[in-house]
Structure formats: C-alpha cells, structure tokens
Design a protein around this ligand. Structure first.
Ligand code: PLP
Length: 360
C-alpha cells in the first residue's frame, strides 16, 4: 500500500491524480493512444495544454500582462535562461540569499550579467531572513532575485519583499501555489514543477510581458524566451506527459478550493508539525527563526546522529518515507507540500511522540 511520502522532490502527487493517470494511460481522450504518444500539435493535446494554462491563470490570478511558459530543464536551466533574457551582459542584478538555492541561482546567473549580493543570511547558517533595513539594493539593477522558500534550509518569506522599484524575480519551486500570492508584485515567478505542481521534467515561468526581448544579446533561438512565449511554449517539443499531469494536479487544487484553501491547509499542517517539535522538551529541534519557518519544508534535529538514524529507519517501517535531511544540513526534513494530506502530518507527529517516548 502507498506510504506517506515526505520527500523534498520529486515529491508526492495527489493520489486521485495518479489514479486518473493510471486509468487513462493506454487510451486518452478517445485518441486510441496514450497522451505520451500523440502529437503536441494535435487538437487533443493543444486543448489539454491550454486548459492547464487557463487553470493556472485562474488559480494564481495571473494578470493578462504576464506570459505563462511551460519549459524543460528544471528550475536550474530556467534560472540560467532568465539571466540571459532579463538583462544585458553589462547590466547588474541583485541577489538576496537565504539558503542553498539562492546561491545556486547566483552561480547560474553570474556568467551572464553583473551579479551582486544585496543581502545574505549565510553567516547565521541560513536560519533567518536578513534584516530588510540592511538590504543594499541597487536601483539600477535589472532585477532582484530571491528564493521565497528555501527547500533545504527550511526558510520562507511570509510576505513579498519590497524590491526598491526593480522587477522581483522569485524561484518558487518549492512553494508554487501553496497559498495565494499577488503575482502583480513580481517581474518573474519561476520554478520546477516536481514539488507542488506535477512530475519533474517541466518548469514554469510566469513572466511580465514587457521584461522579455529587451536584453540586446544575440541568443540561440531556443534560449530566447520570447520565442517560447510567441509559440505557446511549443517552439520545440514540450514535455507533454508532465504538462498533462500538471493539468490534472491543477484540477485537483481547484476541487480542493484553490490557492486559499491550500494556504489554510498548509498553515494548519505546518503549525501541527512545529508545535510537535517545540513541544518535545528539546528532543526535536528546528533552528530557523520562528518568523521565517517554512510551511513546506521542515528540517529538524534529534539529540544525536545515532537517534536520527534510528528515527529514519523506524519511520520508513511505519510508512513515513523520504524524511532524511539534505546532506548540506543533516538531520531530518519533512516536506509537506500541497499533496501531503493533514492525515500524513498527523501520522508523522504521532510517530514522533512515540519515538521520543521510547528513545528520550
Ligand atoms: N530551486 C529550488 C527552490 C529548489 O528546491 C530546487 C530543487 O530542489 C531547485 C531550484 C532546482 O530545481 P531543478 O532540479 O528543477 O533544476
């Protein structure tokens, strides 16, 4: 039987979505073929792709002056492409670093523009958000990049920072559609799909239209995001299967009540887990500043490595998977994305209480 999967990504998908995929795998939409086997230029797939875009626009209230792009290469490739597409080589871009993925984006973007760290929480081990008053923002930067939710360090912004008038570019890989978000405050929202939205192989970029086509570089046509925008993300063959599954996930989110309902549920899940950690008398410890604790990825430690090892082994036997912390941080990490039901978090906190009783 299926276990509760707390993996950071690729992550759990809603079970009803997987059942629908299973039911439609051999014959899809009367096509007498699988969705994986039909042309992306045929009516059936074009309708499916357009429905997914419509649903994402509706769920996130994406204004008309934004493109929604469905791309390959994950968030990593997309960050490199965004650097090429949003700025010329002599232009600057600011970065606020609150964890591993912000650092990675900076490394990826650095060869293509003049990157500058405007603020960093590295000295504190990425357990907080740097004091906003100390951010050194350059008003002439092409954009300000940050990571609203740092998947490894478990640090999340619970509001949208002021970018000082420059476009805000946000890697939302691990908090996409986890609650309502005012898209109009951003220049670009982007991320891989494989945590909250669908299978890996698909990355989404929501880009304010006026930001594309102004970089002044000569780019290979496939790297020019405007070409994807003008061709409904079908400048070349898109990842059709992942796009189809993403469409089903979006229908599931709609049926759950949309972004607001997701946000309420995710807030309750996070509160349940953090209160189990904080109420454990120090047996479990989360070291992130409470106001910056992530609703999606909850890293925590036990008193020693031996007990962390035992915790992981017993958790797996109890049907709680994917709880090993990232090697950069160690310990335990519970990822509780949209698809994780409240019953899964309840099962985890029950297991944690029982484990602490036996090993405390
Ligand atoms: N950004 C964030 C916030 C992530 O969590 C991840 C993956 O875990 C990535 C970027 C990298 O994504 P991808 O593997 O799709 O390139």
């Amino acid at each position: 039987s299926r276990a509760f999967n707390f993996s950071a990504g690729p992550a759990a998908l809603p079970e009803p979505v997987l059942r629908q995929v299973q039911a439609e795998l051999l014959e899809w939409q009367g096509e007498r073929a699988s969705v994986m086997e039909v042309s992306h230029r045929g009516k059936a797939f074009i309708d499916c792709a357009a429905a997914a875009e419509r649903d994402l626009r509706e769920l996130m209230a994406i204004p008309d002056d934004y493109y929604v792009l469905f791309l390959q290469g994950g968030a990593t490739t997309l960050s490199a492409l965004l650097a090429l597409n949003l700025a010329g080589p002599a232009q600057g871009a600011d970065f606020v670093l609150t964890g591993h993925w912000g650092e990675k984006a900076l490394e990826n973007m650095k060869p293509s523009l003049k990157a500058r760290v405007a603020a960093s929480a590295k000295d504190g081990g990425y357990t907080s958000i740097p004091d906003r008053a100390g951010w050194q923002l350059d008003p002439s930067a092409a954009f300000l990049h940050y990571t609203p939710n740092e998947t490894i360090h478990g640090v999340e912004f619970h509001d949208i920072p002021d970018a000082g008038g420059v476009p805000l570019v946000a890697d939302v890989s691990s908090n996409f559609l986890s609650r309502p978000m005012d898209v109009s405050r951003f220049g670009v929202l982007y991320g891989g799909a494989q945590k909250n939205l669908g299978p890996s192989g698909l990355a989404i970029a929501i880009v304010r239209k006026d930001l594309l086509g102004r970089h002044g570089r000569e780019l290979p046509p496939i790297f020019e995001l405007l070409n994807q925008a003008k061709n409904d993300s079908m400048f070349n063959t898109p990842p059709t299967f992942a796009w189809y599954v993403l469409g089903l996930v979006l229908q599931w989110v709609k049926a759950q009540g949309g972004a607001a309902a997701m946000g309420e549920r995710n807030g309750r899940k996070a509160a349940l887990l953090y209160s189990a950690i904080d109420g454990s008398g120090g047996f479990y410890r989360n070291t992130v500043q409470p106001s910056a604790r992530s609703w999606m990825n909850v890293p925590f430690f036990l008193p020693d490595e031996a007990r962390e090892k035992a915790f992981l082994k017993e958790a797996e036997a109890a049907g709680l998977l994917g709880l090993k912390g990232h090697r950069a941080v160690g310990g335990i990490r519970a990822s509780i994305y949209n698809a994780m039901p409240e019953a899964g978090v309840q099962a985890l906190v029950d297991f944690m209480a029982d484990f602490a009783r036996r090993h405390g």
